[in-house]
Design a protein around this ligand. Structure first.
Ligand code: NDP
Length: 244
C-alpha cells in the first residue's frame, strides 16, 4: 500500500467508479462528481474495507473556482497527488448540423476545459514533488470517426494532443502523461444508444463483446504504477480490436 493519493475526476459512476475501487487497493483516492451524491456515498461505503482511504467531493470540473477551491484544500491537507486521472466526461451526441451551441460548449467545458483547470492547480505541486503520472480518459472516437460525435471526438482527440505535448514539457520533472482510449465499455453512457444499434456495433468488434469498466480500471492502475515507468506521451487503445 502506497502512502500517496490519486485524484479521479468523475469517479462516482461507470469507469470512474471501477477505477476508484481498483486504485484503492494500492493508493488513497479522492474522487469528484457533479450530481450523483447517492452513488458517491455508496462508493465510499463499498471501499470502506479496502487498504486505501477513499473520499468523494462534489466538484463541477467546468467551474474553475470550484476546482481551485477543492485543489487548495486537498493540497494543504494531503500534499501533491501522485497521479491525476482525468476521467469525467459526457457525450451529448447529435449530428453536427443539429448540434446546439449550448451542448457543444458543455462538452468542451466538461471533457476538455476542466482538464486545464485541474492541471493549472495540480501540475506545479507534482513537479515540485519530483514526479507522478497523469492519465487522460480519451476514447477510440479520438482516432476513429463516429457519427453524431463531432463535439465528443473533438475533445477526445484534443486530449491526445494535450497529453503528448504535456509529456514533452513534464518529462524532465519525472511526470508521465498518457492517454487511454477505450472503445465501447458497459456503462450508463451506452444506455443512450438504441439497442438495435448496440447489437450491430457488437458484431463489428473482433472480441464480439463490450468492455467492462474493470478492464479499463486495470489499465489505469498499470499506468499510474511503476510497472509503466518508461511509458509517456502514448495512447493505449482498449477497444476489443474495434480500431484494428
Ligand atoms: P458515466 O456517464 O458512467 O460517468 C461519468 C462520470 O463523470 C460520473 O461520475 C459523472 O458524475 C462525472 N461527471 C460528468 N460531468 C461532470 C462534471 N461537470 N464535473 C464532475 N464530474 C462530472 O461515464 P463513463 O464511465 O462511461 O465514462 C467515463 C469516461 O470514459 C468519460 O470521459 C468517457 O468519455 C470515457 N469513455 C467511455 C466509454 C464508454 O463506452 N463508456 C468509451 C470511451 C471513453 P455525475 O454522475 O455526478 O454527473
Amino acid at each position: 500500500m502506497q502512502d500517496k493519493w490519486i485524484l479521479v475526476t468523475g469517479g462516482s459512476r461507470g469507469i470512474g467508479r471501477a477505477t476508484v475501487m481498483r486504485l484503492a487497493k494500492d493508493w488513497n483516492v479522492v474522487f469528484t462528481w457533479q450530481n450523483s451524491q447517492k452513488e458517491s456515498d455508496e462508493l465510499e461505503q463499498a471501499c470502506a474495507g479496502l487498504p486505501g482511504s477513499v473520499e468523494g467531493h462534489q466538484c463541477d470540473g467546468r467551474d474553475e473556482q470550484a476546482v481551485a477551491a477543492l485543489s487548495a484544500e486537498l493540497l494543504a491537507r494531503l500534499g501533491a497527488p501522485h497521479a491525476v486521472v482525468h476521467n469525467a466526461g459526457i457525450t451529448l451526441d447529435a449530428l453536427h448540423i443539429h448540434q446546439t451551441r449550448e451542448n457543444w460548449h458543455k462538452v468542451m467545458d466538461t471533457n476538455l476545459n476542466a482538464i486545464f483547470y485541474w492541471n493549472q492547480q495540480l501540475l506545479e505541486p507534482m513537479m515540485l514533488q519530483g514526479g507522478g503520472s497523469v492519465v487522460m480518459m480519451s476514447s477510440v472516437t479520438g482516432i476513429k470517426g463516429n457519427s453524431g460525435q463531432t463535439a465528443y471526438a473533438a475533445t477526445k482527440a484534443a486530449m491526445i494532443g494535450v497529453s503528448r505535448t504535456l509529456s514533452i514539457e513534464l518529462g524532465r520533472f519525472g511526470i508521465r502523461v498518457n492517454c487511454l482510449l477505450p472503445g465501447y465499455i458497459r456503462t450508463e453512457i451506452l444506455d443512450t444508444v438504441p439497442k438495435d444499434v448496440l447489437s450491430g456495433i457488437r458484431k463489428t468488434i473482433p472480441l464480439k463483446r463490450f468492455g467492462q469498466p474493470e478492464e479499463v480500471a486495470g489499465a489505469v492502475s498499470w499506468l499510474v504504477s511503476d510497472d509503466s515507468a518508461y511509458m509517456t506521451g502514448q495512447t493505449l487503445v482498449l477497444d476489443g480490436g474495434l480500431s484494428a
